[in-house]
Design a protein around this ligand. Structure first.
Ligand code: C2E
Ligand code: CA
Ligand code: CA
Ligand code: CA
Length: 275
């Protein structure tokens, strides 16, 4: 009815106004030091070793508290600020890795989430190269995670940019694998290192046969293609044991740890090595 419509319309307006306010606040988030990177461990579930971390962005908003990246990344993308923010993330992570040189294993890698807009711009590889050189690091300390949406239709410029990044030693990982609309043809043309099995499949695989079937199929295909599988959202021992039995390579999730502030992550790494 008419009332329902106007209520709906008011909510829409409120959320639109909120979005505009967030977009405006975001313009100062970097200079005011409100952005922070959290790190979540990735474990090799066959050897039980800590092999990598995913860098996850946090925005500590002065009045709203911590705003979720699920809310602000799409706004950063629609307003174009994802370029500056994405570059801030790369610089910050690279400096952090350099400062952790003595705590981390030689081959430890940090995975960074990359927005399609950062790749389509065509300057990502040169930006990465410069950031790494400034910290005396090489490309192999990083991994880039992007979703299949970037690869729809295999646009030539995107494929070239990713191939150059890969040639510099940085590995490429498909995030949320199986939830996009892309075909698998990019697996033929692009040197992908790993597939991250989406949490929506992993989280109910011990109770839901369809989810289990999908996880099994992804692991099987990855073995054929010599790809590494990373299971997201591992929250309990039963899921971990099943994944290990299926031959999944790496796991990430609350079972080990939530994403942690940098200092807490370093403590986690040092404790993990002791156990
Ligand atoms: P994502 O890349 O799929 O990241 C995984 C999300 O799952 C993270 O949410 C993480 O905190 C959460 N998670 C990890 N383990 C578990 C678990 O066991 N259970 C549950 N329920 N959740 C788990 P977060 O940190 O809120 O990030 C949300 C999304 O925001 C990310 O999804 C990614 O798409 C995006 N994002 C985060 N940081 C960045 C960034 O620096 N750049 C870009 N472009 N996107 C980012
Ligand atoms: Ca990710
Ligand atoms: Ca993911
Ligand atoms: Ca996800």
């Amino acid at each position: 009815g008419k009332n329902e419509f106007s209520v709906f319309n008011e909510e829409l307006k409120a959320s639109h106004t909120e979005s505009l306010a967030l977009i405006a606040d975001m313009r100062q988030a970097i200079t005011l030091g409100q952005l922070e990177i959290y790190y979540q461990p990735q474990i090799n579930i066959q050897t039980n070793t800590l092999v990598a971390a995913e860098a996850l962005l946090r925005w500590n908003h002065p009045t709203l508290g911590q705003v979720s990246p699920v809310t602000f990344i799409p706004l950063a993308e629609s307003s174009g600020q994802i370029i500056n923010i994405g570059e801030w993330v790369i610089n910050n992570v690279v400096k952090q890795i350099a400062s952790w040189r003595h705590s981390l294993a030689q081959d430890f890698r940090v995975a960074i989430n990359i927005s399609p807009l950062q790749v389509r711009r065509g300057t990502l590889c040169s930006f990465l190269t410069r950031a790494l050189a400034e910290s005396n690091l090489t490309g192999d300390c990083l991994e880039l995670e992007f979703t299949e949406s970037l690869l729809i239709d295999n646009p030539k410029a995107v494929m070239e940019e990713l191939t150059t990044i890969k040639a510099a030693g940085t590995s490429l990982s498909i995030d949320d694998f199986g939830t996009g609309y892309s075909s698998l043809s990019y697996l033929q043309n692009l040197d992908i290192e790993s597939l991250k099995i989406d949490r929506s499949f992993v989280s109910h695989m011990t109770t839901n046969d369809k989810n289990l079937g999908i996880v099994k199929a992804i692991i099987q295909m990855s073995k054929e293609l010599k790809l590494v599988t990373v299971a997201e959202g591992v929250e309990d021992l039963a899921t971990l044991q099943l994944l290990a039995q299926l031959g999944c390579d790496f796991g990430q999730g609350y079972f080990w740890s939530k994403p942690l502030p940098a200092n807490d992550f370093e403590v986690y790494v040092l404790d993990y090595a002791k156990n």
